[in-house]
Design a protein around this ligand. Structure first.
Ligand SMILES: [Zn+2]
Length: 524
């Protein structure tokens, strides 16, 4: 026993030394050059990853979320905002920043296959998957390629439009005009991940965990704190700007901790909301009173997507696409694409891309195979201009394309044929389309077939189930997201300090709305 204790103490001591001498960054804190204070009231947008309406209401009822309760009392509350598709962080962030779906911003998902460069792309999902792909490749994809190469140059981020007057704190998508030198930890330098002096193009105010911080006293970057990708770090960065009276025109601040506890414990979990609320309280408390905090800023506090509970029986809850497609040769992610690979799986928890590399395989036959599994909600593929959708328990098929005589609740026009029940569409006598289980389902699903090139299908799981494959994350008895289904798609939003409302209650409408708020403020 004593021996064990001594060994543990020695290991802890060594870890501390490694941290001090190897992981601590070579560079220093970002210097914030003076930028004139904005004339308008700053918009502070805080995204609490995977916050949902029901647990939020529960936390408020139990008195665990006083700051959020205060905001809801003082402002507008939107319980059912619609996310983009797939409901995975990088695609959603890109929609938020550019005001477009993935058919325009071109960030297809967290995990996808780039057929032009024959590369399997992941921005980092499960630890196992990262190890199989090689941490360096995942790191480079998320830090450099996502913003520089994958996010389309044909769309502008809100940071680019606000040129120099915005902050990005711990958001993975951040592209803007200013060169930001990174703080390079020695270990990343030694491993060849980063060179001293490496930089990215981000907004003027830029925080990215250990790699970039504004507050020199922000200590929340230890390796057990996800190297700064945590709520406390984000709070200390924004608090620093508030205390220096340097809050720019627009700040986007990411609180990532809630997502992890919901994945682990399920959708009823309120601990993450309680903890995020404490951080909000700390931010409010930097003002003489909470009333003044909301007078000084426009606050937008919101989620990014919902989650669905995953069952507790492994055999039932996990849809193993390798089993369902076992007659084909499926690409193994630990190596490059092989000549004989027939199928690549792009798993995004409750949604998956199925890429057909072998021209002889017909999309229809893959769809028919998958249709037999009752845990799959729908299977979709592109057939000429039309997107075709089938489901295991609904007859026939549904096909649709943009333009046509049907107008949906967001003012988008469509041609629609076949069984409307497959995507739970209701059509009125005057050709108006309204959505049920799949909010804004047509535009969101359509976007996935134009987000990147390739011959692929999209599959979506029913609530309770998730797709698994090689190294993919699993959430038995927890929760996950990714699908087009309403539980994954809705997120709440609370707003104080403006009477303006977004055109529609969707993530894709927020960029235009924020720019309108800033314009109106500037005119006052
Ligand atoms: Zn998540």
């Amino acid at each position: 026993m004593l021996k064990l204790t001594i060994s543990i103490l020695i290991i802890l001591f060594l870890l501390t030394l490694i941290y001090i001498y190897v992981i601590q960054p070579i560079g220093k804190t970002n210097k914030i050059n003076h930028v004139p204070s904005p004339t308008s009231k700053p918009v502070v947008m805080i995204v609490i990853d995977s916050i949902m309406d029901e647990p939020l209401q529960e936390a408020i009822k139990e008195g665990k979320a006083p700051a959020l309760e205060f905001l809801i009392k003082k402002g507008d509350y939107y319980p059912n905002m619609v996310s983009s598709f797939p409901t995975m962080s990088v695609t959603i962030d890109s929609t938020l920043l550019t005001g477009t779906y993935s058919n325009e911003h071109k960030v297809p998902a967290l995990v996808w296959y780039d057929e032009q460069n024959k590369q399997f792309i992941s921005y980092g999902s499960a630890r196992k998957e990262i190890m199989k792909l090689g941490p360096k490749q995942v790191f480079e994809n998320s830090l450099f390629h996502l913003n520089e190469n994958h996010l389309s140059q044909d769309v502008q981020t809100i940071h680019e439009e606000l040129n120099g007057k915005s902050a990005s704190i711990n958001t993975l998508v951040y592209r803007a005009n200013q060169s930001q030198q990174l703080n390079v930890p020695r270990i990343l330098n030694l491993l060849g991940f980063l060179e001293k002096g490496d930089s990215i193009k981000g907004p003027h105010y830029f925080s990215y965990g250990l790699l970039s911080k504004m507050n020199p006293h922000n200590k929340n970057t230890q390796f057990w704190q996800a190297f700064g990708f945590n709520d406390k770090f984000s709070t200390q960065e924004l608090k620093f700007l508030m205390e220096k009276k340097s809050v720019p025109t627009f700040s986007l601040v990411y609180f990532s901790d809630n997502d992890k506890v919901v994945h682990k414990n399920g959708t009823k979990e309120t601990k993450g909301i309680e903890d995020a609320d404490k951080q909000l309280q700390e931010l409010f408390n930097t003002h003489p009173s909470w009333e003044e905090a909301i007078q000084d800023n426009v606050w937008i506090v919101m989620g990014d997507s919902g989650q669905s509970d995953i069952g507790e029986d492994k055999e039932e809850a996990f849809i193993d696409l390798r089993d369902l497609l076992k007659e084909f040769r499926i690409h193994q992610i630990s190596g490059p694409i092989q000549e004989h690979d027939q199928i690549v799986l792009g798993l995004n928890e409750r949604m998956s891309f199925i890429y057909l590399l072998d021209q002889k395989i017909k999309q229809e036959s893959i769809a028919a195979l998958l249709q037999k599994d009752k845990r799959i909600n729908f299977i979709a593929w592109k057939n000429g201009e039309m997107v075709q959708v089938i489901s295991g328990d609904k007859k026939n098929e549904l096909s649709f394309k943009p333009g046509g005589d049907f107008t949906d609740s967001y003012g988008q026009n469509w041609t629609i044929e076949g069984n409307m029940n497959i995507l739970d569409l209701s059509i009125s006598e005057d050709n108006k389309v309204s959505y049920g289980d799949f909010p804004d389902g047509l535009a969101r699903l359509y976007s996935s077939f134009y987000s990147h090139t390739g011959n692929y299908l999209v599959v979506d799981a029913k609530p309770g189930f998730e797709f698994i494959g090689e190294g993919s994350p699993t959430h038995l008895n927890g929760a996950s997201h990714g699908s087009l289904y309403k539980d994954d798609s809705y997120f709440p939003m609370v707003v104080t300090g403006t009477d303006l409302k977004p055109n529609h209650e969707r993530m894709v409408d927020l960029k235009g709305w924020i720019l309108r708020i800033l314009k109106e403020d500037a005119q006052q």
